[in-house]
Design a protein around this ligand. Structure first.
Ligand code: HEC
Ligand code: HEC
Ligand code: HEC
Ligand code: HEC
Length: 182
């Protein structure tokens, strides 16, 4: 009995420690999101994303074309350069301590790049309640204008290959709605 009390106390202390020290959400990686966002009923977001160029954004940095662009800027390896990774992976420089074990930077512009670090909102009860999910770290997009503004944080003239960005056309190519139930 005393042993049990001790263990319970230890657990309580550990939980308190964790919430105080590691309160920042972690990036869990798109494989975790895919567990629930792959079915027809859910809207196959994982599949739509996989087929989009966003899933290839990191791989692109390992191509000859990327090497050429980087070389002209005096960058030795684009796949390791902050100047390229900031748009081809998470959209901003994130400390590796924020990556969970399943998170893979090679997945390029992935779910959490746009939706925010998922460790806090990825559970079923939280996901099913939009307000709760937002409170737990899911990014809120108020309207189409806010979405477009977000896209333009990467789709802009700072991109070495930028031509133009017509939001409505590009959104058509990557949108991944939850099917409306009758
Ligand atoms: C345990 C299953 C599960 C996991 C894991 C999961 N989701 Fe969800 N998600 C759901 C369910 C269920 C809904 C609600 C669907 C509905 O409203 O019909 C949802 C809704 C959403 C929504 C829409 C929220 C809204 O109401 O506008 C987004 C965005 C989302 N998930 C992103 C993610 C991302 C990104 C990840 C990975 C970090 C993830 N989900 C992981 C089950 C999950
Ligand atoms: C400001 C964000 C941003 C930065 C910084 C950035 N990219 Fe990109 N990159 C993009 C976007 C967005 C695209 C998609 C093309 C488009 O529609 O503009 C892209 C596309 C590419 C492509 C594919 C182009 C094609 O036509 O096939 C290559 C290669 C590339 N980037 C290399 C790089 C390299 C190398 C760096 C670092 C020197 C870099 N990018 C930095 C945003 C960025
Ligand atoms: C974190 C930076 C980032 C954000 C945010 C971002 N993108 Fe991209 N996007 C890229 C990069 C990088 C590529 C190029 C990937 C490649 O070719 O390897 C790209 C490519 C694309 C492509 C494929 C190129 C084409 O036109 O066929 C589309 C479509 C696209 N993005 C739409 C969007 C939309 C819509 C949004 C906003 C909802 C958005 N992107 C937000 C970085 C970003
Ligand atoms: C380039 C940015 C971007 C990427 C990458 C991305 N999403 Fe989204 N997602 C959005 C935006 C923007 C919306 C629209 C939000 C809205 O309408 O409020 C959205 C909507 C959703 C919704 C809700 C759809 C609805 O009908 O309400 C779900 C679920 C979702 N995303 C899951 C995912 C999952 C899972 C992944 C990875 C496999 C992913 N997203 C990748 C930007 C992105």
């Amino acid at each position: 009995m005393r042993k049990l009390t001790m263990i319970l106390t230890l657990i309580a202390v550990l939980i308190a420690f964790q919430t105080s020290v590691f309160s920042q959400n972690k990036y869990v990686g798109r494989k975790v999101c895919s567990m629930c966002h792959s079915t027809e009923k859910a809207g196959k977001q994982a599949d739509i994303w996989q087929k989009s160029k966003h899933s290839q954004a990191y791989i692109t940095l390992t191509t000859d074309k990327a090497m050429e662009i980087a070389k002209a800027k005096g960058i030795a390896n684009p796949a390791e350069a902050k100047e390229c990774l900031e748009c081809h992976t998470l959209g901003k420089t994130v400390d590796a301590s924020q990556f969970d074990s399943k998170f893979d930077i090679k997945d390029g512009v992935q779910c959490e790049t746009c939706h925010g670090a998922g460790s806090g909102y990825k559970t079923m009860p939280v996901m099913k309640d939009k307000a709760k999910a937002i409170a737990a770290g899911l990014t809120e997009f108020k309207d189409a204008g806010a979405i477009e503004q977000w896209c333009r944080t990467c789709h802009n003239e700072k991109s070495p290959t930028f031509k133009d960005f017509v939001f409505s056309e590009r959104w058509e190519k990557i949108k991944h709605p939850i099917p409306k139930s009758e």
